[in-house]
Design a protein around this ligand. Structure first.
Ligand code: ADP
Length: 244
């Protein structure tokens, strides 16, 4: 444990073809926070996660995780991309997908062995998918695929997770499983930023929220920032940077 926040973002600006999609974002997330990232379609939620992880270039800004550059703490950081961004027809089993989460740790030359397989099985068990370990991923339902995807991140045992809409389009059982898992992780001190689309469940599921619409309208603990006024400011339409 360190006194440093799990995540600090300063003055982050991202543009696609000169059009800013994130403008001057400041964000501090203390360790052990379960934070929802919300905002209308096109608000920049996915872009924020990708920019923070260095998957797309930022025009400006600084990102620190546990007080260090991402490259120095990669082992402690996990990412669950949107389910739709993956080719689920790829011929591989649920267990193999989870094992892929371990490759970063193993290095290029070591082949995964029984120990890794056991870890992957445990992760599948935690998301209620052990019985499907050998099933081809193309033959799983959307909710089951999402749970396998989560297990792939879980097996990394990261301290900070970025999850892009893990509850998008999932069934009720999966939703409950995922939320229980996030709470368990939080109890172990894990920090999570979770893109979420349903304003109705924010208060039940999360303890902090970032309201995003190109700019960060507000971010912090629910009781401080999840106000009617802030929600309206976030969903009123895109705030172009020049419209101060
Ligand atoms: P959200 O996740 O909040 O729905 P995104 O981060 O996906 O929003 O997108 C933010 C804005 O950036 C949108 O206006 C989107 O059209 C635009 N955008 C996203 N990806 C690209 C890209 N690769 N090239 C150009 N524009 C993009």
């Amino acid at each position: 444990m360190t006194a440093q926040p799990a995540l600090t973002v300063r003055d982050l600006t991202v543009a696609y073809r000169e059009q800013p999609v994130l403008w001057d974002i400041d964000l501090t997330v203390p360790e052990g926070t379960l934070m929802a990232v919300v905002g209308p379609n096109g608000a920049g939620k996915t872009t924020l996660i990708k920019a923070v992880l260095g998957l797309i270039d930022a025009a400006a800004g600084e990102v620190r995780m546990f007080g260090q550059a991402y490259d120095e703490v990669r082992d402690r950081v996990g990412y669950v991309p949107q389910r739709g961004s993956v080719d689920w027809d790829f011929p591989t089993s649920a267990l193999d997908v989870v094992m892929m989460g371990l490759y970063g740790r193993l290095g290029w030359f070591r082949r995964p062995g029984e120990r890794e397989r056991e870890r992957a099985r445990r992760a599948l068990d935690r998301v209620g998918m052990l019985a499907f370990a050998d099933r081809q991923i193309s033959q799983l339902s959307g909710g089951q695929q999402q749970r396998v995807f989560l297990a792939r991140a879980l097996v990394q045992e990261a301290d900070l997770y970025f999850m892009d809409e893990p509850l998008q389009g999932v069934d009720a059982t999966t939703e409950r499983t995922v939320i229980e898992l996030l709470r368990e992780l939080q109890q172990d001190g894990t920090t999570m930023l979770v893109v979420h689309h349903d304003l109705q469940t924010i208060e039940e599921y999360f303890d902090a929220v970032m309201l995003l619409n190109v700019r960060c309208v507000a971010a912090g603990r629910l009781e401080e920032v999840f106000t009617e006024d802030n929600i309206q400011r976030t969903y009123r339409g895109k705030t172009a940077p020049q419209e101060e």
